[in-house]
Design a protein around this ligand. Sequence first.
Ligand code: ZN
Length: 267
Amino acid sequence: MGAVTGWQEVGDRVWVRRYDPFDVNVTVVAGDEKVLLVDVRTTLREARELREHLLELPVPAVTHLAYTHAHLDHCLGAGAFPDLPIWGTVGCREALARHGIDQRERWLERLDEDERPHLRASPIIPPDRTVRDRHRLGLGGREVDLLFLGRGHTDHDLVVHVPDAAVVVAGDLLEVGAPPQFGDAYPFQWPATLSAVAGLDAEVVVPGHGAVADAGEVTRQRSELAHLASLCREALGGVRGRETVFTGSPYPRETTELALQRAAATH
Ligand SMILES: [Zn+2]
């Protein structure tokens, strides 16, 4: 475990840091009075390390948390930041409340053995401040928009837009250095949601995992997802054979298989 990078200031008073395991990003947005932390790593122990790293930044203590979505690598460290308001979409709240405990059991095998007790000890804390479509959060001298732009990586991805810095935190709607994750995805709706992300006209886009990207990367991934969606649509409609989806897909076979399953389940 540990940092893949140090803090990187990607826009005025917006910092990103990449962490293993999972090469996951956390983002800090500071206003004059308040500080928002977006995503909190996978376990209480990891989040305590994050809390130490936050002391390196020239900002006051974190006052608000936000989860991009309910997958545990983004939200299970919240117990290290007790008593702070936590923002997330309505769907994120439901997903954690209903499936958080099951999900935590399933995640155990993804972690190194010595980290597993820390995952078990990490409390599942659903957001207590929910966003249906949009909420404008004042941080003192600057405002950020918390947005639900449609289904994609999950049915509840939160996008954080910092207009005055032209930065967007996209969560796993955008994945850099690895294929998109389709386990809970909506393959037919994901492209339109990324179009909405592109419509925010950000210069810097923070993916859920991997290196910070630009608007061009959003458009590129939108095109790939749209291409895969059209292959899936034709396969499900009997216009083409299943095997041609794999040969035409921009992603590895395992990823494509999952996308096809989810396409069948959600179309
Ligand atoms: Zn995810």
